[in-house]
Design a protein around this ligand. Structure first.
Ligand SMILES: [Mg+2]
Length: 254
């Protein structure tokens, strides 16, 4: 189980009556007009303490927290599929790369496969970072199971083994057997932050009014940023918080 540190209170929330506040990086952080209702109430996160954080984190499993590629390589005895010649969104479908049908790809993947996937290299660091910024109680896994027997149960077992304090939600088509992304946008809203390696999931989620971070990976649009993804996520979270600070400073209080 990942160790979860307590809230980082290095940034204390101002309680004085003044509306003039400073925050690091403000001068270099562009502040754009927010869409109505978005962000403004959402970011009193874990590092500020308290229970008034309204931002909920929806954290994808496969390709972000769980090493699905590694599991598929083992079960099909295949080499690493994302060499320099096969990167980007066209590389998403391993059925094309490995020249097999979806049935052939997923049929061997039962309970033991899903429960036994290894964590990605950054899984613990990512989880702990999100806990520090948003609070562990505001994180939920959101994953799309395939319809092979044991997948849902195996994913539950995986979470229970590695992150038992965090609940799991499933999103899937009720009819399709193998869907690369379930309808995660049904959970979108101004205070919902999806972290996912599927660019279509992220686009639909943002189109439905949520905020999304496309986790850079060799198989999506942000593949060239794969090596820097933790840094990029932390940078985005910092920008969100700076914006929140600025919005508060500009609010005229009675
Ligand atoms: Mg995924």
């Amino acid at each position: 189980m990942a160790k979860v540190t307590g809230p980082d209170r290095s940034i204390e929330r101002s309680t004085g009556p003044t509306t003039t506040r400073s925050f690091p990086g403000a001068a270099s952080t562009p502040i754009t007009k927010p869409s109505a209702g978005r962000v403004l109430t959402a970011l009193h996160a874990g590092e500020y303490g308290g229970n008034d954080n309204l931002m909920k984190i929806l954290l994808d499993l496969d390709g972000v927290m769980a090493d699905l590629t590694g599991g598929l390589m083992r079960v099909h005895n295949k080499p690493w599929p994302f060499g320099p010649e096969n990167r980007g969104p066209d590389a998403w479908y391993l059925t094309n790369t490995w020249e097999m049908s979806a049935d052939e790809m997923w049929e061997p993947c039962g309970f033991d496969f899903w429960a036994g996937l290894q964590k990605t290299l950054e899984a613990d660091q990512l989880y702990q970072t999100l806990c520090r910024h948003f609070g562990q109680e505001n994180i939920c896994f959101l994953t799309s199971p395939v319809s092979t027997a044991g997948c849902v149960e195996g994913k539950r077992e995986w979470c229970a083994r590695h992150y038992p304090a965090t609940p799991i939600l499933f999103s899937a088509s009720s009819t399709a057997r193998f869907t690369p992304g379930g309808p995660k946008e049904f959970l979108a809203g101004p205070e919902r932050y999806l972290i996912d390696d599927n660019q279509d999931n992220c686009k639909r989620f943002e189109g439905a009014g949520g905020r999304a971070f496309l986790w850079p990976a060799w198989w999506n649009d942000r593949f060239e940023q794969t090596h820097f993804r933790m840094h990029l996520l932390e940078q985005e979270i910092r920008h969100m918080k700076h914006f929140q600070e600025a919005a508060e400073a500009l609010t005229v209080k009675p």
